[in-house]
Ligand binder design. Structure first.
Ligand code: F6R
Length: 602
């Protein structure tokens, strides 16, 4: 969602630095952008659409400046337009904002009664006016921000400039990310470290209830009582090259090809990891796994493994729905939240609710230092590195990998892993890289399948058991980047209604990896074939000698592994089918329309 970067410097290049930082935040998703830079006053330039439009406008004037705040907006209140884009300016306050001020209508009424007028429909203009109003009362900037924030309900990360202090940025946050960066030439406040990595790796996290005054040579953190807070300075482990395509056409493709290393590293790191011992699976009577989108699909694979092999009942819930299961959360619940970004608002809300109810919360998170990673009782990092493409790939597979190691650990604790099975599993997990590389080699096959489906508008994925969860991820991947309508169905369920949609040529992608369910899935594919479907059948090398001619128009074979890693291999093939299809349909693969990478509003 929205991206923020502010920079105050000893030099006069604040505009160029913030614009380059803003480009590193593009992946978060946006529909307009804007910048405020100071000279002897505040200058504001905004533009609808890509950052290039903003840059074009900036070429038309002198942009020497030692202080700037810049923003990419993903519209929530008010359409994407130049007027609604940030920064907003009211009275002597200029501000950029990520998040939603939920009670803005009420605050707006209050401000209108005090004589304020508004030009936009945004909640952010109201927040700006409210800070201006408080500044007029308190005559103190930090006090004004603290007072205003105490009135705001919802989420925010702010960078603020006041007219009478043109080289200082004030920053604060609640439920939206913001970090402070330090360099020899100046200091930053940005949505995440990717925005500042070209200039520095030194950063601090802003905790909720902290207010930061950023000057070119000093940064001071305050609490709500205006006492100075000492902060730890961290060093980012990700570097700027990880934010480049490195020769690939798209970030998505690069991230798909990073999976062999990412997944192997997870298994090498966690297979025997003693730190899992502090999750005592025997202590809990149930496990809830909560996440959104692809992370929820990864959770379904985790549920299958934990239930089938560790014999623990698991409920997977979409994070935005979890609050309606409140009654089921007790102190003997183990909640596992799964999030690549670690900032997803719905997942964060779910974890907070569960903690209130006394549950123990484990997080499976990629972004180090993110809000979710800091609020869980125990965080297991996936260490997948930055994921820039909006559609997750290595984010999803790394979540599955960590969940599979958790399931193995639970099996050990429950006495359900004998020496022979342990040997098989260890061998499988510790040799996954080569098998994943094999899946990646099949480029021609994926392109061939893409050519056979890309001019259709409807498509079905079917599978049983673990394959049905894999189908959900394959279907989401295809629809989000290629804009094809696709549905994922349990193979046995299709004939209870949906099969009426199958007509001549309708593509059906069937997944059959599970040995015991193979024949049943084949029967379901035959049912669709008999109604004219064009069938693409994905299975493992264990079935490579099967006679597919009768029911499959195209066949993909992935290496056969245990169920602990099989989903990772199949989904990688599905990612590439989605990628090639979206490419043929000439879609904006890395930044699909309407989507944001980090969904920081509920
Ligand atoms: C789909 C996708 C989303 C995310 C979801 C959760 O490709 O990326 O469905 O999986 O928004 O995001 P995180 O994992 O950051 O909580």
């Amino acid at each position: 969602m929205c991206g923020i970067i502010g920079y105050t410097t000893k030099k006069d290049n604040a505009v160029n630095v913030t614009i380059s930082g803003l480009k590193n935040l593009e992946y978060r998703g946006y529909d307009s952008s804007g910048i405020a830079f100071t000279t002897d006053r505040v200058n504001i330039i905004k533009s609808k659409g890509k950052i290039a439009n903003l840059e074009e406008k900036l070429t038309q004037q002198d942009i020497s400046s030692c202080c700037a705040i810049a923003h990419t907006r993903w519209a929530t209140h008010g359409e994407p337009s130049e007027m609604n884009a940030h920064p907003h300016r009211v009275g002597s306050v200029t501000l950029v904002h990520n998040g939603i001020i939920e009670n803005y209508s009420q605050l707006k009424e209050e401000l209108i009664s005090k004589g304020y007028e508004f030009k936009t429909q945004t909640d952010t203009e109201v927040a700006t006016a409210y800070i201006d109003y408080c500044y007029k009362q308190t005559k103190d900037k930090l006090q004004a921000i603290i007072q205003a924030c105490s009135k705001f309900r919802g989420s925010y990360a702010f960078n603020i400039i006041f007219d009478d202090e043109l080289q200082t940025i004030y920053a604060t946050r609640k439920d939206s990310p913001l970090v402070i960066g330090y360099s020899h030439e100046g200091n930053f406040a940005a949505s995440d470290v990717s925005a500042i990595l070209n200039y520095t790796k030194q950063y601090s996290l802003i905790d909720e209830g902290e207010f930061v005054k950023i000057n070119k040579d000093v940064v001071t953190f305050y609490n709500t009582k205006l006492q100075i807070v000492q902060k730890e300075i961290k060093t980012a482990t990700w570097d700027a090259t990880q934010y480049q395509k490195n020769g690939y056409d798209h970030f998505m493709l690069k991230e798909i090809f990073e999976q062999p290393d990412v997944i192997q590293n997870i298994y090498n790191r966690y297979y025997d990891d003693c730190s899992y011992n502090d999750i005592d699976f025997t202590k809990f009577d149930k496990i809830h796994i909560v996440a959104c989108g692809s992370a929820m699909h990864a959770s379904l694979v985790g549920k299958y493994l934990l239930q089938t092999y560790a014999k623990i009942p698991v409920m997977v819930e979409i994070a935005s729905e979890y609050r309606y299961a409140e009654e089921l959360i007790t102190p003997s619940t183990l909640l596992i939240v799964v999030s690549q970004s670690g900032e997803t608002a719905d997942t964060l809300a779910a974890l907070r609710l569960a903690k209130e109810k006394g549950a123990y919360v484990v997080g499976i998170v990629n972004a180090v230092g993110s809000t979710i990673s800091r609020e869980v009782d125990k965080c297991i990092y996936t260490y997948a590195g930055p994921e820039i493409a909006v559609a997750t790939t290595k984010g999803y597979t790394s979540q599955v990998a960590v969940l599979s190691t958790l399931a193995i650990n639970a099996m050990k604790q429950n006495g359900l892993l004998d020496a022979e099975n342990e040997k098989t599993l260890k061998n499988d997990l510790l040799n996954i890289k080569e098998k994943l590389e094999d899946v990646l080699k099949n480029k021609e096959k994926y392109l061939d399948i893409a050519k056979s489906i890309y001019n259709h508008e409807d498509l079905f994925f079917i599978g049983r058991g673990i394959d049905s969860s894999i189908c959900m991820e394959g279907s989401l991947k295809l629809k989000e980047i290629s804009y094809m309508h696709s549905e994922s169905y349990s193979a046995g369920e299709l004939k209870h209604g949906t099969i009426s949609l199958i007509e001549n040529g309708t593509p059906v992608i069937a997944i059959a990896t599970n040995e015991e369910l193979f024949e049943k899935t084949v029967s379901n594919v035959k049912e669709t074939k008999a109604r004219g479907a064009f069938s693409i059948f994905i299975t493992t090398s264990a079935h490579q000698d099967y006679n597919f001619d009768e029911f499959a128009d195209k066949v993909v074979i992935v290496p056969n592994t245990t169920e602990f890693t099989q989903a990772i291999l199949v989904v990688t093939a599905l990612q590439l089918i989605a990628y090639e299809t979206a490419k043929l349909r000439k879609c904006d693969i890395d930044k699909p329309r309407n989507l944001a990478k980090s969904v920081t509003v509920e």
